[in-house]
Write a protein that binds this ligand. Structure first.
Ligand code: GA4
Length: 323
């Protein structure tokens, strides 16, 4: 990987960054083996932070570990081997560059549509297929619990978009290699692995190895680290879910910083998006009588096109806000 200049990849000074927020008591943990509690706790977590962790989720640890090992087999290949793989536009193998508009990070990645899994290795593609299917089912279960917790009918009103055969689901494998000699090391700053942003889809389901680095931004602007847990999944509320709940659920701003320069971090993220032509607007059943929609109606196709015209940190929802 190429070393980035500090100007392209503004590092972060972590001192006094996460002691401001008074009410934050840690990342909400939701146990899916108790659905009645889970649905209410989930709604609260989505309203408070747009982020939570699920345990007892039913996805075999073996599957995640094996896919992670296969993923590392890919990233451990020589740079010239990896460069033979198609470069992202938007799908493929990428290094340092994120998206088409000049964003960079200390990261290399594989990004692909979940119905078009890379075939560089048979083992990889069969594990990735199995994993994406398992995580998509988990996404549907979570969206049904959310609908139930919000008391909206039918329960499948959100999950049907992920289970649709035309669902626009994306899968991303990120590798943040060790960087003991990164230039920002000298003044105690932390390099950025993946800059701050919200995810544009409905829901993102992330799993990482045991290396720290993920941070979320609380509503008061405080950044807090998310302690890694390779046995659990971290769930993000994405932009479309914020719109469909008319702002009740918060699309969570997050980023990855290189907190430990000696350890490699690997994450696997499934982004659940609806079919491209799906019209997105607040669900009638979440609205109070007389409540007005905060957003203009748009299709996922239109929103997605907008994301690719913007920079990572831009507030894409603001283009669709009314008034
Ligand atoms: C953020 C969430 C997903 O990783 C992603 C990213 C996409 C990309 O890497 O191609 C984007 C980014 C993400 C949002 C703004 C645009 C598009 C990079 C970028 C600068 C795959 C996605 O769907 O949106």
């Amino acid at each position: 990987m190429v070393m980035l200049s500090q100007y392209q990849n503004k590092p972060i000074n972590l001192s006094n960054k996460w002691n401001k927020s008074t009410n934050f008591t840690g990342i909400p943990v939701i146990d899916l083996s108790y659905p009645d509690d889970a649905k209410n706790l989930m709604v609260k977590a989505c309203q408070d932070y747009g982020f939570f962790k699920v345990i007892n989720h039913g996805v075999p640890l073996r599957l995640a570990t094996e896919l992670e090992n296969e993923t590392m087999r890919f990233f451990n290949m020589s740079q010239s081997e990896k460069d033979k793989y198609c470069s992202p536009s938007p799908f493929g193998y990428g290094t340092n560059t994120i998206g088409p508009n000049g964003d960079v990070g200390w990261v290399e990645y594989l990004l692909f549509a979940s119905n078009n899994i890379p075939t560089h290795s048979k083992t990889f593609s069969s594990l990735a297929k199995e994993y994406v299917e398992a995580v998509r089912n988990l996404g549907c279960e979570i969206l049904e619990l959310m609908a139930d917790g919000l008391k909206i009918e039918p329960k499948s009103v959100l999950s049907r978009m992920l289970s649709d055969e035309k669902a626009d689901n994306v899968f991303r494998l990120n590798h943040y290699p060790p960087c003991p000699n990164h230039p920002s090391t000298r003044n105690g700053w932390n390099p950025i692995g993946f800059g701050e942003h919200t995810d544009p889809q409905l829901i993102s389901i992330a799993r990482s190895n045991t290396t720290s680095g993920l941070q979320i931004c609380l509503p008061d602007g405080t950044w807090v680290p998310v302690p890694p847990d390779h046995t659990s999944f971290f769930i993000n509320v994405d932009d479309l879910l914020q719109v469909m709940t008319n702002g009740r659920f918060k699309s969570v701003k997050h980023r990855v910083i290189i907190a430990d320069r000696m350890k490699s971090r690997v994450s696997m993220i499934y982004f659940g998006g609806p079919p491209l032509m799906e019209k997105i607007s607040p669900l009638g059943s979440v609205m109070e009588p007389g409540e007005e929609s905060l957003y203009q109606e748009f299709t996922w196709f239109e929103y997605k096109a907008c994301t690719y015209r913007t920079r990572l940190a831009d507030d894409r929802l603001s283009f669709f806000q009314k008034g």
